[in-house]
Design a protein around this ligand. Structure first.
Ligand SMILES: Nc1nc2c(c(=O)[nH]1)N[C@H]1C(S)=C(S)[C@@H](COP(=O)(O)OP(=O)(O)OC[C@H]3O[C@@H](n4cnc5c(=O)[nH]c(N)nc54)[C@H](O)[C@@H]3O)O[C@H]1N2
Ligand SMILES: Nc1nc2c(c(=O)[nH]1)N[C@H]1C(S)=C(S)[C@@H](COP(=O)(O)OP(=O)(O)OC[C@H]3O[C@@H](n4cnc5c(=O)[nH]c(N)nc54)[C@H](O)[C@@H]3O)O[C@H]1N2
Ligand code: SF4
Ligand SMILES: [Mo]
Length: 673
């Protein structure tokens, strides 16, 4: 905190959203009001810029639509009709209901459904805020697998960790593969490092079934068939072997299972891979040659690529590339998926507070697992009615009269409409938190800049008050936010050496104590043998959509990030909603023509689980056979009243029970309305 010109206070904070960049921001405050917010020019990853979404964060903070008081449902479930009540009334009603549920059905009848609204380690999902409270009640264990689970699992199988390159080292790469990642939309701060590499002669390739704004900026673009990336990785390695460009010394010293994996590669020459991926054989061969002879090659692969039946295998096989080429020896070489593998905070969720082991409930499978055995659904930092697969079935489940639903929220979201009790939550500039980027190597501090409006409370303060109201005696339920921060930093891990709460509060951000430049696997891997494990699972698992030609739904639906929203957060911001131009679906001219679809017309995208309406945009940005519609729109703000997740099946990827948002078959036809 510092005093600027004209008596304005400058308070350092961190963006809490589920974005790899975890920006550092500066809030200017006068008389308790936030006047401005900008990216911190001193933070090396943020370098003074936020993004098109968070540039409007203060609009959201001050929005007249914010929920400022506790609410109790007055209309039928789903109506969104509520009356204002006091916190005392809310806490009393919740206490009575929770006690009764625990007495009659056991604690496991409570499902604490925590989402990615904030990635805070104190108030948010990364530190599993509220877990101590839920453990004391014996609630079901929530498995937050909605985002990156398949990729994390695939990378952990081969490398022992989801961690890889420090994204800042892309500045040193000579060949950069942007593989199933839309950098300029979903984490644009990486771009300046890519630009630095380019200024030094690097060649940049985008691999994506959609020609995104990132692909537009690349030197080369490969419009791959969705879900076939592992096959492409094998094809590229086939060329590397044909060139004799494998790093035999690295393979011998730091890997195991090479012989079997080598045979798998030899079974995937470019002509075979061309059939699978829908890419020209010559392009595969050319990129294979480039990969064979360009050191270091940096691969950025993020979550988009693993939202498929074979998503875990995709990351696992892509991660084999730098081991074969020996790129892990060099800064600027390797694969960057997530740096979360390097965050060794002490996340003490206190399982010792559980009287006995409890069952798990899986976030992505809400539509199935919100069954009669669940008597309380407690939603926080999440908006499942918009963001979770199989929307129609989730809605039916939320209508159950004997389900007690509590939602802690900023805004009257699609999910809030189904709540029995709504609790007003603070936004980031109103509470304390500790963050770590999953796309950089810094810990970040968020100091509250202004007092909470109305009667909003932070997540942890809500749980402290509820515990007190219920008369719970476990002392650790009452730890303050700063005590929680101290505990988080107390793991004793060397990467946290010299990092204290005082220092974070003073400086706002601190780089993890790791070498720079960072070459994590130059001397081996964090596996039991110290070696990378080739062949720890099938090299390529085909997508569900590989069977498209055989059924009534021949098109593959891909539902990636919107430039204007962050998941469903900002989906209600008037200006961002206007700029998003509403729900749209990209359709290739070949597919539009055969269906009589006209640009700008309203159409229905559907399959057996459900459907949604969108305006057709005929475009060669999608390959034939693929249609694309972004995530993040709100049902109640969309014509037709449902969104992309009504056509996304609740089914698991190959690993980690990851979701399959980009692996669904649909048909599209002109809409009746
Ligand atoms: N503006 C904005 N930024 C965001 C988000 C947002 O909603 N909006 N969401 C945030 C969150 S929660 C996350 S997890 C990240 C996600 O960010 P990304 O990892 O970028 O994930 P997606 O947007 O799902 O997909 C990225 C790209 O992968 C492509 N893709 C889909 N399937 C395949 C495939 O099979 N192969 C290949 N090669 N490409 C494929 C998509 O067309 C898309 O262009 O972004 C974060 N940043
Ligand atoms: N079709 C399709 N669906 C997808 C995806 C996709 O690619 N395609 N991507 C998936 C991914 S990657 C993710 S991460 C999930 C995200 O799904 P969710 O985890 O449900 O995240 P959001 O939809 O952003 O909803 C977060 C909510 O938390 C609230 N919130 C924010 N901060 C706080 C806070 O401090 N306290 C409280 N109480 N509430 C807060 C916000 O107002 C917002 O309404 O969506 C997934 N859904
Ligand atoms: S959403 Fe991402 S890019 Fe935007 S401010 Fe937050 S961390 Fe930075
Ligand atoms: Mo995510």
């Amino acid at each position: 905190m510092s005093l600027g010109d004209m008596g304005e206070l400058r308070v350092l904070g961190a963006c809490p959203l589920d974005c790899p960049d975890t920006c550092s921001w500066v809030v200017t405050v006068r008389d308790g009001e936030a006047l401005g917010m900008r990216g911190n020019p001193d933070q090396p990853y943020t370098r003074g810029a936020l993004c098109v979404k968070v540039n409007r964060y203060l609009e959201q903070v001050k929005s007249p639509d914010r929920i400022l008081y506790p609410l109790r449902r007055t209309g039928p479930k789903g109506s969104g009709e509520f009356e204002r009540i006091t916190w005392d009334e809310a806490l009393e009603e919740i206490s009575v209901r929770l006690r009764r549920i625990v007495d009659e059905h056991g604690g496991e009848a409570i499902w604490p459904y925590q989402g990615t609204g904030t990635l805070g380690y104190i108030q948010g999902v990364e530190g599993e805020a509220g877990r101590r409270f839920w453990n004391v009640l014996g609630a079901s264990r929530h498995v937050a697998n909605i985002c990156s689970a398949a990729g994390n699992a695939g990378l952990t199988e081969i490398n022992g960790t989801p961690g890889g390159m420090d994204p800042e080292t892309f500045a040193l790469s000579k060949l950069i593969l942007l593989w199933g990642t839309n950098t300029l939309t979903s984490g644009h701060h990486l771009w300046k490092f890519i630009q630095d590499a380019r200024a030094d002669g690097a060649h940049v390739v985008a691999i994506d079934p959609i020609r995104t704004r990132t692909a537009d900026q690349a030197d080369e673009y490969l419009p791959i068939r969705p879900g076939t990336d592992a096959a492409l990785a094998l094809g590229l390695l086939n060329v590397v072997l044909a060139e004799g460009a494998e790093d035999r010394d690295y393979l011998a010293r730091h890997t195991e299972g090479w012989e079997g994996f080598r045979e798998e590669i030899l079974r995937h020459p470019p002509e075979v891979v061309a059939e699978i991926t829908g890419l020209p054989e010559s392009d595969i061969r050319a990129l294979g040659l480039r990969l064979a002879h360009t050191r270091p090659t940096g691969i950025r692969a993020t979550m988009g690529i693993q939202r498929h039946a074979g998503g875990g295998a995709a990351l696992r096989t892509i991660a084999a590339i730098p081991a074969v080429t020996g790129d892990w020896r060099r800064p600027g070489g390797g694969v960057a998926y997530s740096t979360s593998g390097y965050i060794h905070l002490n996340i003490d969720t206190r399982d010792d507070l559980l009287a006995r082991p409890v069952r798990r409930r899986t976030m992505t499978r809400l539509a199935d697992e919100l069954d009669e055995s669940v008597k309380c659904l407690w939603v926080y930092g999440a908006n499942p009615m918009a963001s979770t697969s199989d929307q129609n079935r989730i809605r039916e489940r939320l209508l159950r009269e004997d389900l007690f639903t509590v939602v802690m929220e900023h805004f009257p979201t699609d999910t809030v409409d189904y709540a029995d009790i709504v609790l007003p939550a603070t936004m980031q500039i109103e509470h304390t938190d500790l963050h770590a980027g999953y796309g950089h190597m810094y810990l970040m501090w968020n100091e509250p800049a202004v007092p909470p409006p109305g009667e909003c409370l932070s997540t942890m303060e809500t749980f402290r008050r509820l515990a007190r109201h219920m008369g719970l005696t476990e002392p650790s339920l009452y730890d303050s936010d700063l005590e929680l921060a101290e505990q988080l930093l107390s793991s004793g891990h060397p990467s946290l050496a010299g990092i204290t709460v005082d220092r974070l509060r003073k400086e706002g951000w601190v780089r993890l104590s790791v070498p720079r430049p960072f070459t994590p696997f130059a001397d081996g891997f964090p596996t039991p043998s110290g070696r990378l494990r080739f062949g720890s699972g099938p090299a390529y698992v085909p997508p569900r959509t590989a069977s498209a030609a055989e059924g009534p739904y021949p098109l593959t639906l891909v539902t990636p990030a919107s430039h204007m929203f962050l998941n469903s957060t900002f989906g209600n911001n008037p200006e961002l909603l206007r700029r998003s131009r509403g729900p749209r679906v990209l359709v290739n001219p070949a597919d539009a023509g055969s269906r009589g679809l006209v640009d700008g017309q309203r159409a229905r995208v559907f399959n057996d689980v459900g459907g949604f309406e969108a305006v057709v945009e005929i475009s060669d940005r999608v390959r034939p056979g693929v249609v694309a519609a972004t995530k993040g729109h709100w049902r109640k703000l969309s014509a037709g009243g449902s969104t992309v997740n009504a056509a996304v099946e609740a089914r698991d990827a190959d690993l980690g029970r990851g979701a399959v948002y980009h692996d669904n078959l649909v048909e599209i036809s002109p809409s009746a309305s």
